[in-house]
Design a protein around this ligand. Structure first.
Ligand SMILES: Cc1cc2nc3c(=O)[nH]c(=O)nc-3n(C[C@H](O)[C@H](O)[C@H](O)COP(=O)(O)O)c2cc1C
Length: 219
């Protein structure tokens, strides 16, 4: 039997297959200064773990600035300011992951130390962050990019292995924050990473691993 979830996987988004829009310079975007996350938020850990799930039906309205701020902080923010250490661990403390926020107006890179979204590329490329239709209209697709420059002394295969683990922790942070705040969320491997890397004009040492869609649930 084909479940709706399986069907979702199978449906190739027409938008995702469309030509990339001509992208304006990132300078037309402004940095998004995120409000400080609340010092204390969320439901109990037990409740968040109970509520954690993947959902694929999103309301198109953008996330509010406080929610976007806390989501990014929970994902991979600085939780120990004296050392700039993060909410997610990383292999050999490499901190090789960049989190890109792909939204309707463009793409920003999360600067965790300044807790700011730095403009990367203008234009709506959400549809390129996956092969499922909802990615083109959901308000936020996080794209997880690893940088091999920070994964020194191991093979390419090992780089991918540790990068996957490091991003898995970030993804679970996003899942738990989403569960806590009643957001819809799904972690995704199904995407054309080469095409998206070209669109995002990534460097030679950068590679895309996963994406994760977050938004308010569709009513
Ligand atoms: C590595 C990984 C890749 C995934 N890729 C996709 C994907 O491309 N598209 C999708 O809709 N869900 C994807 N998922 C979500 C899984 O389908 C989902 O976690 C699984 O069905 C269990 O459901 P649950 O998260 O609600 O427990 C992925 C999950 C993981 C961990």
């Amino acid at each position: 039997m084909t479940t709706r979830r399986a069907a979702n996987f199978a449906i190739m988004s027409a938008a995702a297959l469309a030509m990339a829009p001509s992208l304006a310079k990132a300078q037309t975007l402004r940095p998004i200064v995120l409000p400080p996350p609340r010092a204390d938020f969320g439901i109990s850990l037990a409740r968040a773990l109970t509520m954690r799930r993947s959902t694929r039906e999103f309301d198109p309205r953008p996330l509010s600035p406080p929610v976007l701020s806390e989501l990014l902080w929970a994902a991979y923010g600085v939780n120990r300011p004296t050392t700039a250490d993060r909410t997610a661990p990383s292999w050999r403390h490499a901190r090789e992951t960049d989190v890109f926020a792909v939204m309707a107006e463009g793409v920003w890179r999360y600067d965790a130390i300044k807790h700011v979204l730095v403009p990367h590329l203008a234009g709506d490329v959400r549809a390129q962050t996956g092969v499922q239709d909802f990615v083109g209209t959901a308000p936020l697709n996080l794209v997880y990019v690893s940088n091999a420059e920070h994964l020194i002394g191991v093979s390419r295969e090992e780089q991918h292995r540790v990068a996957a683990a490091d991003i898995g922790f970030i993804g679970q942070n996003v899942y738990l924050y989403s569960a806590s705040e009643g957001l819809a969320c799904v972690f995704r491997a199904s995407l054309d990473t080469d095409r998206l890397a070209r669109t995002l004009e990534l460097g030679e040492t950068q590679f895309i691993m996963f994406s994760q869609t977050v938004g308010y649930p569709r009513a």
